[in-house]
Design a protein around this ligand. Structure first.
Ligand SMILES: Cc1cc2nc3c(=O)[nH]c(=O)nc-3n(C[C@H](O)[C@H](O)[C@H](O)COP(=O)(O)OP(=O)(O)OC[C@H]3O[C@@H](n4cnc5c(N)ncnc54)[C@H](O)[C@@H]3O)c2cc1C
Length: 335
């Protein structure tokens, strides 16, 4: 009988384990087995998936320059291949395997274009797709050559077999220009998901929600799914864009505010017209100006990777935010 070429990956401290096939990344193998290791971009850039390796040998696939170096003794699981059995330190990962990644067709059931560069897509999934997500997670659209692009679900998970994406058109961008310029009701897409661990953590800490542009999408899902809880935790949404039109769903947020007094919206524009009466500048700077002491807070940030890097470093270095209370999904590009 041929030897099993797979390696066994064990998770400390609870001892859950799964097999990793040759050529398969540790993160892909974990998620195929239902072990939801922490992760975000799955492209080696954001570092969310780095874990200490307690035993065993591994190597990384090529790492993108924007992710920086990986510290000795740690693996970036979305780019790591096992060269032997491994023992990983993954304390927050449940013992029992859970959520599974599903690949299925999706029919475009509605397209709205609320601004000059944002398309809101509604996708209808097959009745028995088994696709289930939590507010804050994302899914990939698979392009014909196998390339993929990620988009965060903007609706509450309780809508059966429907997902909503907010896609910002990027000049020269392959999928986003197609989505904005050409996609029509009835078109079929192939999607895979859910992915991501950017979800509201249980607790009592007051919450700052921080979004740039379509980084609002997963925050919208959180507002829809956890409105009462976010109101209880006095959530403040800082939503940044260049101009008013970039904040394409202010009316929707105002509706959530009306239903859940306690949630506040602070729009922040970096290139506002002279008539703009609201806050100006960079969105993370507005948070720092209002809340110079973030030591008691949790922050959920989503959108432009530069905004997220700036927020993470300033909030933790100069406003006392504990690093483990900064949760983020950075919209890094994949090529
Ligand atoms: C976890 C996650 C969640 C995300 N969620 C969202 C979301 O909810 N909404 C959203 O709008 N986006 C989201 N994104 C970003 C999204 O996945 C895409 O990266 C984005 O839409 C651009 O894809 P595209 O195919 O249109 O552009 P691409 O084809 O990837 O091009 C992007 C840009 O790079 C330029 N470019 C392309 N090729 C090259 C090259 N070889 N050299 C130099 N420049 C080049 C293009 O002109 C364009 O400006 C998310 C990303 C991640 C990682």
């Amino acid at each position: 009988m041929a030897a099993n070429p797979n390696h066994l990956i064990r998770l400390a401290p609870h001892g859950g384990s799964f097999e990793c096939a040759p050529g398969q990344t540790v993160l892909d193998a974990a998620m195929a087995a239902g072990y939801w290791l922490p992760h975000s971009c799955r492209a080696g850039s954001c570092n969310s998936c780095e874990l200490p390796v307690l035993e065993g040998r591994f190597h990384h696939l090529e790492l993108p320059a924007d992710g920086g170096a990986v510290a000795a003794g740690r693996c970036r699981s979305c780019r790591a291949l096992a060269d032997s059995d491994l023992l990983l330190e993954a304390p927050g990962v449940p013992r029992e395997p859970g959520q599974r990644v599903v690949s299925c067709g999706a029919r475009v059931s509605a397209v709205e274009r609320p601004s000059a560069d944002v398309a809101v897509l509604h996708l209808q999934l097959p009745e028995h797709s088994g696709f289930q997500f939590r507010a804050g997670q994302y899914a990939d659209v698979l392009l014909k050559d196998g390339a993929r692009r990620s988009y965060s679900m903007a609706n509450a998970p309780d809508e059966a077999n429907v997902i909503e994406w907010h896609v910002r058109r990027m000049e020269g961008g392959r999928f986003s220009t197609h989505a904005y310029d050409k996609l029509k009701v009835g078109a079929m897409l192939r999607i895979e998901g859910p992915f991501g661990t950017f979800t509201l953590q249980p607790g009592d800490a007051p919450v700052v929600l921080l979004a740039s542009g379509t980084g609002y999408a997963p925050i919208a899902a959180m507002l829809k799914a956890h409105g009462a809880e976010l109101a209880r935790r006095r959530a403040v949404l800082y939503w940044g864009g260049r101009q008013r039109a970039d904040l394409y769903a202010v009316a929707e947020v105002e509706q959530w505010q009306a239903e859940h007094p306690g949630i506040r919206l602070i729009p922040v524009l970096s290139e506002a017209d002279p008539q703009w009466q609201g806050r100006r500048g960079l969105v993370h700077a507005a948070v720092l100006a209002d809340l110079p002491d973030l030591s008691a807070y949790e922050v959920y940030a989503c959108g432009n990777p530069l905004m997220i890097d700036a927020a993470r470093s300033h909030f933790t270095a100069s406003a006392g935010l504990p690093p483990e209370r900064f949760f983020a999904d950075a919209f890094v590009l994949r090529h």
